[in-house]
Ligand binder design. Sequence first.
Ligand code: SF4
Length: 276
Amino acid sequence: MTDSANRASALNSPRGRNGADATPAVNGAGGPPRAAGPGGRSAPLPRVPVRAILDTLAATYPEAGTALRFGNPFELLVATILSAQCTDKRVNLVTPDLFARFPTSEAMAEAGEAAIAPLIASCGLYRSKARNIAAACRALVEHHAGQVPDRMEALIALPGVGRKTANVVLSNAFAVPAIAVDTHVFRVANRLGLARGRTPEQVEAQLRRRVPRAHWSQAHHWLIWHGRQVCHARTPACAGCVLLAHCAEGRRRRGAAPREPGRGRRRPQGQTAPKG
Ligand code: SF4
């Protein structure tokens, strides 16, 4: 059985990876999880068929994974910093030459911002990215013997590295279950009712409670692929969406469900969708 088939099979199984029923891990014990509201109050998240949604995504995107090309954690860290507000395809065009010139954090730190910038100039925000990459590499040399750490706290202490980048590195370079919330994950998770977060951090926390831990990393990829291919930001292709039957937002857009209170109107004050 392939990895993807194993993933789909695991989700379809009534029991989780460790033999325990996965349902409590999906929906939590004693009712649905609650979303943080204004002033710290919490409201219950919508009751949605989490397992059916994940099963459908697993079957629809069996090969979902990162498109960034990398050979080690250092390369993935740099590629992920470069990918902010830039396509993975563009990043993959610049990294081969960049890594050939500066193959280690030590070499990248020594080269500095001025030498890095021309090599990544076709990526957006390249000056600030060059500055962050050089600073992050100096921090790796000074504090981690040139190696990329495999802990969240150490990763987000690096210049230019936030939770999203750290989760991508943990998940793809170290096989640590993690859910990185980019603009696609944020949008699709909120539309499906898997989350009701105003910030990427809230959405990440809600997804971590609803999705079985064994599937965190793949769920991140499934939601990204669905966002890129079907659930587009401006005009989601709800009519042909495999999740339409499970998606109140999609049915509302198709005129078959009422608007959920507080949904689909102007973004509430303080709500910040992630960039890139
Ligand atoms: S039905 Fe529409 S809104 Fe819902 S997930 Fe599919 S494309 Fe997105």
